[in-house]
Design a protein around this ligand. Structure first.
Ligand code: SAM
Length: 284
């Protein structure tokens, strides 16, 4: 991949404040169990950006190129409300990387396979959050960026080209359609989603795409307890259960985030997902 040195230098310069304050993540003990009780198992608090420190300089360059492309295209089309480089790093990149420490921990225990070669789908990826960042951070993974809006898919193709990623691909479509398509149904080890819908709708979008024994991961804000509780029935109907609610501490002004991890141990009944639009209109 040819990287323009001037672009990289400019981007790194404008990210200067971001790089200075990277906290260290220390592995925290988890208690692995699934639950249907009223109290969700929570982990000790994870620290964000742990993964950023471990990225190679090429991966950091790829993130900068991606963010730069996002900000450039955002001037012409509506991709994100965030318009400053540091803000994109703190809000979107941090949120994406925050998924990794708790996910890594759970995946090892529950999926009983190596964390390499993970086949992941990002449902409603929009401009590529968190899917693009995960594809950069985890080059051994196959990442599918699922997005229903054509213009966003065009940007995603551009972002993949500009970063030189060979492990990410774009699929344009609705989660409800893909969930009933044999080429995608129950084909993924992990489905992730951020800022797409509330949990009980997300469960119907994401879990039909996850193989039995795989995980559904939702990136949420600081206090998702009620939302998760309301989604318990929908998650169970899809053949899954809430495995862990993981608070992730943040040093950014946006405060604590939460990563919710569900484990699928039964096949999803054929009638789910329902027709496009129905999950959002009539949440389970
Ligand atoms: C608010 S944006 C969030 C994008 C990104 N995940 C993020 O965190 O910035 C939600 C995106 O999900 C897409 N979306 C919503 N419902 C969808 C569905 N049923 N299937 C596929 N994409 C969907 C929308 O087109 C939109 O781009």
């Amino acid at each position: 991949m040819l990287l323009s040195r001037s672009i990289i230098c400019n981007v790194q310069f404008s990210c200067g404040t971001y790089f200075k304050h990277l906290p260290t993540w220390k592995p925290s003990p988890f208690s692995p169990y699934r639950t249907t009780t009223q109290t969700f198992p929570t982990s000790t608090v994870f620290n964000t950006l742990s993964h950023f420190e471990t990225l190679t300089s090429r991966q950091k360059d790829q993130i900068h190129l991606y963010v730069d492309a996002l900000l450039q295209w955002n001037k012409r089309m509506n991709l994100t409300a965030v318009t400053e480089m540091n803000e994109v790093m703190e809000r979107h990149v941090e949120d994406s990387l925050a998924i990794l420490p708790p996910l890594r921990d759970r995946y090892r225990t529950h999926c009983k396979s190596l964390f390499d070669n993970v086949n992941l789908v990002d449902v409603g990826t929009g401009a590529g959050i968190p899917g693009m960042i995960l594809a950069i951070a985890c080059p051994d993974w196959d990442v599918t960026l699922l997005e229903s809006r054509n213009k966003r898919c065009v940007f995603l193709e551009h972002a993949i080209n500009v970063t030189g990623l060979s492990n990410a691909k774009v699929v344009r479509g609705r989660a409800e359609d893909l969930g009933q398509n044999p080429s995608f149904r129950e084909q993924f080890d992990i489905a992730v989603a951020r800022a797409v819908a509330e949990m009980r709708i997300l469960a119907e979008y994401c879990l039909p795409l996850v193989r039995v024994g795989g995980l559904f991961v939702a990136a949420k804000g600081h206090d998702p307890e009620v939302e998760v509780r309301n989604a318990e029935r929908a998650i169970q109907l899809m053949g899954a259960s809430v495995l862990q609610v993981c608070p992730v501490e943040s040093h950014s002004p946006y405060g604590q985030r939460t990563v919710i991890i569900c484990w699928k141990d039964l096949a999803t009944p054929r009638k789910y997902p329902r027709d496009p639009g129905t999950p959002a209109k009539e949440p389970l």
